[in-house]
Design a protein around this ligand. Structure first.
Ligand code: KG4
Ligand code: ZN
Length: 344
């Protein structure tokens, strides 16, 4: 089956073509037109600007995905319907609807978080073993999701305030080191790690690991950002110590995320642990979660290739393909934005 995926939930206009056979999904093309450079000057995504950019780019992005795939015919279309920015989502959805109507193709509305989860199913030789525990960490969400089978989810914990990626973005803004904050903090932290191996052991900066001992699977990241704010305020020399602050901030987030994921996987006897969402691009999170799974669990560890961690349409096409296998199509007239869509 040849599936076109479309993703416009935030600030990336994306289209991809996936080829599915049995439980295997191969990506034939993956086009992402990023608006990062445009939103950078505002320090965050401006919804109206994002929507306009999607309108300007969507057709050429879809054309380019089709052309690069080498396929003339597609069998179905998957599109993100939420959660996300309403005016951005609507551009992808209307495009999918028109194409589906004109070509008489089935359409599938995809939850953006489910898309991130399915980044883990791209280019796999065999299916993952269920139940799987998925740490979903993006700019808008931080959740621990128990996946009992394809399309079967239960959210067992989530953030009570900021998402992990949002915390990285806000912390980077506090230190004035750029947007998006995740990669900026990771780069500074790496600078500290590679040049100051000795000082890491003697670092005086200590940030909290919020809710690490709460006994549940929820998270909280806004306090971590506030703690960083007060540490910076106390320190006259903070500008010279940015790499060290970034190192500790990143480690505090990673410690909490890894600890709770392992606890959740133990409790629900997960056979696989997976990582999903934009923050899954974080090298330390990838490394430290993999190590903890190997040391503490008998479960397999799966993570998406780096190119499929941040928003893209390949993950949407992959999620759509697995829904199509179960004939789980969305009636054309019911395909619409759902900003509060839950993962179920
Ligand atoms: O999944 P995504 O592309 O968009 C949403 O669905 O929100 O995630 C974007 C988030 C941003 O907050 C960004 O700072 C974060 O992912 N991110 C990272 C890294 N790369 C992107 N966070 C930590 N380390 C990274 N290397
Ligand atoms: Zn996302």
């Amino acid at each position: 089956m040849i599936m076109l995926g479309i993703e416009t939930s935030c600030d990336e206009t994306a289209a991809a073509i996936a080829e599915g056979k049995g439980k295997n999904v191969k990506i034939l093309s993956n086009v992402v037109s990023s608006q990062i450079e445009i939103h950078k000057k505002y320090g965050g995504v401006v919804p109206e600007v994002a929507a306009r950019e999607h309108v300007l780019n969507i057709l050429s992005v879809v054309d380019s995905a089709l052309e690069k795939s080498g396929k003339k015919k597609i069998d179905a279309i998957s599109v993100t319907i939420g959660p996300g920015l309403i005016t951005s989502l609507v551009v992808g959805i209307e495009t999918a609807k028109v194409l589906a109507y004109a070509r008489k193709l089935p359409v599938i509305g995809i939850n953006h978080i489910e898309g991130h989860v399915y980044a883990n199913f791209i280019n796999r030789k065999k299916d993952v073993e269920f139940p799987a525990m998925i740490l979903t960490v993006s700019g808008g969400h931080t959740m621990l999701v128990l996946m009992r089978g394809h399309g079967r989810y239960k959210t067992i914990g989530e953030t009570r305030d900021d998402a992990a990626g949002e915390a990285f973005d806000k912390a980077a803004k506090l230190m004035g080191i750029g947007y998006p904050g995740g990669p900026a903090i990771a780069a500074q932290a790496e600078k500290f790690q590679t040049t100051n191996k000795f000082e890491i052991r003697n670092s005086k900066i200590v940030l909290p690991r919020p809710m690490i001992n709460s006994g549940d699977f929820d998270f909280s990241f806004s306090g971590l950002k506030t703690a960083l704010f007060y540490e910076l305020k106390k320190d006259k020399n903070w500008k010279k110590r940015i790499p060290e602050y970034c190192y500790e901030f990143q480690q505090a987030a990673v410690d909490t995320l890894v600890f709770k994921t392992i606890k959740a996987a133990e409790k629900y006897k997960a056979k696989t642990v997976m990582l999903a969402g934009g923050v899954a691009a974080n090298t330390e999170l990838r490394k430290q979660l993999e190590k903890a799974v190997k040391e503490k669990l008998k479960a397999a560890f799966v993570m998406p290739d780096l190119i499929y961690t941040t928003d893209n349409a390949a993950m949407v096409a992959a999620a759509g393909y697995f829904r199509a296998l179960k004939k789980n199509f969305t009636p054309w007239e019911k395909l619409k934005v759902d900003c509060n869509l839950e993962l179920k």
